[in-house]
Design a protein. Sequence first.
Length: 385
Amino acid sequence: SLCGVLLLIVVAPLLLPVFFVAMIGALAWSIVFDRIKAHYETKLTRDMLPPKPEEHTLVTRDGITLRYLTGTVLGEASQDQPRKIVLFCNPLGAKSFRSWGAVVAACSDVWGPGMKLICWDYRGYFESDDPKRLRSICVRNHAEDAAEVLRAAVGGERAADLLVGHSMGVQVALEFALLYPEKVEAMVLLNGTYGHALQTGLQPLVKIPYVGDLICTAIRWLLARGHESALEMVRRVMEPFSSFIFSVLTCLFGSKEMMKIYGEKDYMLRQWDAYLGGICSNSKTMKAFLRGFQDLDAHTTAHLMHQLGHPTLLIAGLWDIFTPAYNMAVMRRVMPNTRLIIDMFSSHFTCVEHPERVMGEVAHFLKEEASKLKRTSTFQFEKMQ
């Protein structure tokens, strides 16, 4: 509304000094305390990273054909060693395992050969079918699709040893864990929220009245006017700036080990291009991308996530303006057996921007935290004596 716009114009300048003071304070705190206790893991080999995936398809309960991908890391496991299963819930607009290198490397380091990776294209995205009715593209259906993909990939009622989600994938992972708690042993969730995503988007410190409504209105206008192709124009305009930004990020925070393994000094930029290029690959995906934001804003697990006792690692970026870190602080408060990391050197793409931190924290979580909790009921876990 007009009142909301006027209020935002008046209030925003008053909040800027508060924002900068808070950021400086957060940086100082991070440097003194958080940096000291960070866990880093830098010993990598190429075969510890995501392999070239195998493509499969399945037909869901409501007749939608989904594409899903699988891959095995470090070769096959020995017969006396149970195969570990990792199910990835991708961010909105991403596909395959390309951006998950840091998480896969950490899992490979802890679990060794034979680990099976699984991900899929959400219904309505990329190589998966468009449903006849838009209403069937929702977070709950994505979570139910995940259960079918897991069953098709590993058979029977086998659970995922680790459920991983980033951005949109956090909401899908939380919904999956609530619907199928027995199919999840542990979770790693990065740069996401528990629901109503647009209500905190572009609001890095606190929620500001009407901002979420304005974003929703802008998305509705883009879709109603057929302007979804504007995303491609934005990508082209931002391309020179993103090249410079990621060059700086790679110099400051990039992993030398990953540079050697990928054979690319600009591996961060390559991963970013693969992500954003996927979004802008065709009109279907661009429309689905915008509608995906609407669905993420309509969905929430706020009233139910207290049930999730699964061992969980939360990783947020201090500079994340899309899903600000305070969302994960709420999750940490509500969900038992959860640890929160706020990384001072990343924004919304911590897995790409600061992979060494992610590798170390995930490896430490699997070795020292998740392995010391045992399931006592469908949702509950307790420390082993």
